[in-house]
Design a protein around this ligand. Structure first.
Ligand code: ADP
Length: 257
């Protein structure tokens, strides 16, 4: 379970990012981002498009490399200004698993093939164990009978639930969600949010970039509001949604109503 992780005693944040800076060419997209995520908690990252939320999320998994800042995830501590060793890259990658905006399933592999390819090929875990785990996870999200189906025969909501199972099958310490429902038809959003809500209740540590403010309010323990590459304001959902302190947050929330 996530709360049993070494290096994450109760009360200590599982993730501590400090002073993240990242540029794409001349575009300075992260301008000193701080983020803390307690073990077993859900942290929602909200804010206007282009404010740097996805770049922060991808940085937690090593998919982006900020030029400056420090990052601690569990026992792993990185000074982002210096190159990572191969062992550090592997550890960072293992620490979390990402659920993408578009599910990014392989079209030529079955559902089961998609879920097991990472554990089998990258993690080189025993086949019997990987298959049994994958089928149990599919069962949990109501897709056991789709194990042999191809992604194109599934609805968008089912595909995204497979995307979540694929992340869980990697046995990460935390889950990262990058706007997991934004490409779905409105009637399919609920089934994906329901799975995420269940994972949150089970005690998973989760970082969620989302425009679903209702979900953030109901499920998140903490919310960070991003604008122009910094966290302008953070707090509990009640603090942030009911009593936002900053004018930028107030304007954003008014627009989203
Ligand atoms: P958000 O998730 O808040 O919408 P992003 O982190 O996706 O914001 O993007 C922040 C800024 O960084 C945007 O201006 C975006 O165009 C830019 N950006 C993100 N990824 C890349 C990339 N791989 N190459 C160039 N620019 C990028």
């Amino acid at each position: 379970m996530p709360s049993d992780l070494p290096g994450a005693p109760a009360g200590t944040p599982f993730v501590e990012a400090r002073g993240l800076h990242k540029s794409f060419g001349d575009n300075h997209v992260l301008r000193g981002v701080d983020l803390e995520i307690a073990a077993g908690s859900v942290h929602a990252l909200i804010g206007p498009s282009g404010s740097g939320k996805t770049t922060v999320l991808r940085s937690l998994n090593g998919l982006e490399s900020p030029e400056a800042g420090t990052l601690r995830i569990g026992d792993l501590e990185l000074d982002l200004a210096r190159p990572r060793t191969r062992a550090e890259r592997a550890a960072l990658h293992r620490a979390s698993a990402m659920v993408f905006q578009q599910h990014q399933l392989f079209p030529h592999l079955s559902v089961l093939g998609n879920v097991t390819i990472g554990p089998l090929r990258v993690q080189r875990r025993p086949r019997d164990e990987v298959m049994a785990d994958a089928l149990a996870l599919l069962e949990r999200v109501g897709l056991r009978e789709k194990a042999d189906a191809f992604p194109s025969s599934l609805s968008g909501g089912q595909q995204q639930r497979v995307g979540i199972v694929r992340a869980l099958a990697l046995q990460p310490s935390m889950l990262l969600f990058d706007e997991p429902t934004s490409s779905l038809d409105p009637e399919l959003v609920g089934e994906v949010l329901a799975v995420m809500t269940e994972l949150a209740r089970e005690g998973w540590t989760m970082a969620v970039v989302t425009h679903e403010l209702g979900f953030a309010r109901e499920v998140a323990d903490q919310v960070s509001f991003f604008a122009d590459g910094v966290v302008v304001e953070r707090g509990t959902p009640a603090q942030l949604f009911d009593a936002p302190q900053h004018e930028r947050t107030q304007r954003f929330l008014q627009r989203m109503r």
